[in-house]
Design a protein around this ligand. Structure first.
Ligand SMILES: [Zn+2]
Length: 230
């Protein structure tokens, strides 16, 4: 079979963002690593490994970490995005604000449309998930998102990211926020959780709507400077 060499590999990475149930404009300091590890373990036992790798890597860098499955990929900087049909007008505005923030960096270029299978794409979606109470530390999952790497080998070789970013509209006040959309879109583009509160990739919503220098540094690592890379 001459087509056997043309394999397509798909790798999927999804992460979730959390926001405390109690709204507090000035959150109390927390022990980041232990709380994050505990929260992630409740949702996805496999995620703990990623968290540990993240902390190890950050010893020498304040850059926002990059999702493992995106590291060392040759990804184009252009993405085509669309909204699932059940995304409300309000959620759409929030997503569009987040899109605009990333476009303003000049590093990535997010355009409305579907693109082709070999081009990068992002699907924006909403879902409804009620979180169980855990004693007095109920945490809300406000969204989730991540990259999905499509790797085609052979004469027609290419690598593309068919990513997803979603908001948990069971908790509209917590989830339909620009800071959450920026976080989930960050995952879609390949950013992992940061331990720094000024990063939009801090795993507990801080209301950040501006990318930190570390966030921008990680985008440059994945997509190049944006000025020369087509
Ligand atoms: Zn997250």
């Amino acid at each position: 079979m001459r087509y056997q060499g043309w394999l397509t590999w798909v790798t999927l990475g999804l992460a979730v963002a959390f926001i405390p149930m109690a709204v507090d404009s000035k959150p109390a300091p927390i022990n980041f690593s232990s709380q994050l590890t505990r929260l992630i373990e409740q949702i996805d036992p496999n995620f703990k490994t990623t968290t540990q790798q993240t902390q190890k890597r950050e010893i020498s860098s304040q850059d926002t970490p990059i999702e493992a499955i995106v590291q060392n990929r040759q990804l184009a900087r252009t993405y085509y995005y669309h909204f699932d049909t059940d995304v409300s007008a309000g959620a759409k505005i929030v997503f569009e604000n987040a899109i605009s923030t990333y476009n303003q960096t000049g590093i990535v270029k997010l355009l409305p449309g579907s693109g082709t299978g070999r081009q990068n794409s992002i699907t924006f979606f909403v879902y409804s998930k009620r979180m169980p109470s855990e004693g007095n530390t109920t945490m809300i999952e406000s969204g989730h998102g991540g990259p999905q790497i499509i790797q085609q080998t052979g004469w027609n070789a290419y690598t593309a990211n068919h990513a997803r970013a979603g908001l948990n509209v069971y908790y509209p006040a917590a989830a339909i926020r620009k800071s959450v959309a920026i976080h989930e879109l960050g995952h879609a583009l390949g950013l992992d959780h940061s331990r720094y509160r000024n990063s939009v990739m801090y795993p507990i919503d801080q209301g950040n709507t501006n990318l930190s220098a570390g966030d921008i540094g990680a985008l440059k690592t994945i997509y190049g400077s944006g000025e020369t890379k087509k």
